[in-house]
Design a protein around this ligand. Sequence first.
Ligand code: FES
Ligand code: FES
Length: 150
Amino acid sequence: MFELNVNGQSHQVDVPADMPVLWVLRDVLGMTGTKFGCGIAQCGACTVHADGDAVRSCLLTVADAVGRQITTIEAIGGTPEGARVQKAWLDLEVVQCGYCQSGQIMSAAALLKRAPKPTDTDIDDAMSGNICRCGTYVRIRQAIHAAAEA
Ligand code: FES
Ligand code: FES
């Protein structure tokens, strides 16, 4: 049994120690906003925050997540950066199919927390691990700048 803190709530989960947090979120806790893409840390669809840092939940094990504050797309709008990012995403109509976007938003919110006025290079560095098959990269960059100015 492991105790996980997700979005400010404590959950007791009876799962193997090496189960990825992505499976716990989706299959045990029923929080399906975090997406499965590749399962090998190559796409960013599964991005969550652990103590404020963007991490790939497909590789973060339950055992390694114990004692860390996990934040998911379901709660990121409750943070100042997350709220600004989500508003900018809507204003600029960033989303196409949407599959990658919860991961994109989580990476963008983590970036703004550590770099409130990011340059294009900062954005490209922070977002390079988040793949978008629909090619929304230009609007993502614009939206991050808009969120930084908001
Ligand atoms: S599912 Fe985790 S990075 Fe692709
Ligand atoms: S919006 Fe479709 S994969 Fe990014």
